[in-house]
Each structure stands twice: as structure tokens, then as C-alpha cells.
Design a protein around this ligand. Structure first.
Ligand SMILES: [Zn+2]
Ligand SMILES: [Zn+2]
Length: 193
């Protein structure tokens, strides 16, 4: 994960340098960050992304289109300094009996997309730039998903933070495994409207 954080930091720096070369922005990971619990002067930005996970006990890997990444940003105009805190929710293996939570692995392309979206949001929220509605670039799903979202093993679900936007699920997921479909059907209902 350490290396991974460095990638996020580096890409973020490159993107901020392009738009605000004279300003200092930092990105840090904060595992204690809570969605919708904001300190004064901070803005939140949440994205639902695609990532894959690997179990450190059995090496099984899986993919999820419901990986929540969120940021709290703060901009100090007087100091020309900005701060972004980030948290990514983990998931754990479905097959192991006592699996540890695993952090998601993102492709470089998806890290760039997520951070591009973040920078556009910073320009809008902190600098009041970009008057058009910001269009979000979705992350790339690089392989097909199996089954519905596994809420029992999703850190965000377990903490009550996973009520995400309707996701595009595959048909197989809603046809099979009736046990865990209530969320799925809700998603379908929303996307049909
Ligand atoms: Zn496992
Ligand atoms: Zn969840």
C-alpha cells in the first residue's frame, strides 16, 4: 500500500502542477476519515470506482465496481496552500473464514481518472473555476464482475457508508444468488427510470 500511496501522490502533484503551478497542494491518506463528517471549510468529493482485490490468505482475487474513494479538501487562499485527505474502503475475501480486509488495487489509468476528476472538483469548489457541470470520467472495468456486491465483506457496507449510486451490474448477478439481491433489485429499479 505504501508504494500505492506514492503513486497517488505523484499523479496528484503532476495534475495540480498543470493547473496551479504556484500553489502547494498535498494529498495524504487518512484511514479515520468519515464520509459526510466534515471539518469547517472542507468540501467532500466521493467517487464510486472499479478496482480489484487480492486475498492475502488464499490469494483469490476479485473485482468490484463499488469501491468507494472519497476525499476531503481544504484550500487556504491566504497561504496558497491546499490539502486533500483521502480514504479508500477495503473489502475482504468471501471464501476464507477469517479474512483480513484488503485494500483495493487500482490500475494506473484508473488512478489518473479518479485524480483528474478530483482536480476538476478542486478547481470548481476551491477556485470557483469551470462553470459548466463537471463531467466525471468513469473508471475502466477491465474484467467482468461475478455476482452481486458482497456487502458482508465490504468495509463501507459494514460501517454503513456504501449506499452508492446505481451500478451497472451484469444480468447474471441479478438472476442467480437470490440471497443477496435486495440491493441489486433496488439498483435496477433506479436505473430503469
Ligand atoms: Zn481468501
Ligand atoms: Zn459495500
Amino acid at each position: 500500500m505504501v508504494e500505492d500511496v506514492e503513486v497517488w501522490k505523484q499523479v496528484f502533484q503532476e495534475l495540480m502542477q498543470e493547473v496551479k503551478p504556484w500553489h502547494t497542494w498535498t494529498l495524504t491518506l487518512d484511514k479515520g476519515l468519515l464520509p459526510n463528517v466534515l471539518k469547517p471549510g472542507r468540501a467532500q468529493y466521493q467517487q464510486w470506482t472499479f478496482a480489484r482485490f487480492q486475498c492475502s490468505s488464499c490469494s483469490r482475487s476479485w473485482a468490484s465496481a463499488q469501491v468507494q474513494v472519497f476525499f476531503h479538501m481544504h484550500w487556504s487562499k491566504e497561504e496558497s496552500k491546499g490539502q486533500v485527505k483521502m480514504r479508500v474502503f477495503a473489502q475482504r475475501c468471501q471464501k476464507c473464514s477469517q479474512p483480513p480486509f484488503e485494500v483495493p488495487q487500482f490500475t494506473q489509468e484508473n488512478i489518473s481518472r479518479i485524480l483528474n476528476n478530483l482536480v476538476l472538483r478542486i478547481l470548481k469548489k476551491c477556485y470557483r473555476e469551470g462553470f459548466k457541470p463537471v463531467e466525471e470520467i468513469p473508471t475502466i472495468k477491465d474484467f467482468s464482475l461475478e455476482g452481486p456486491h458482497d456487502s458482508d465483506n465490504c468495509e463501507a457496507c459494514l460501517q454503513g457508508f456504501c449506499a452508492g449510486p446505481p451500478q451497472v451490474t451484469n444480468l447474471l448477478a441479478s438472476r442467480s444468488s437470490r440471497a443477496n439481491t435486495s440491493y441489486q433489485e433496488e439498483s435496477w429499479a433506479v436505473s430503469m427510470h
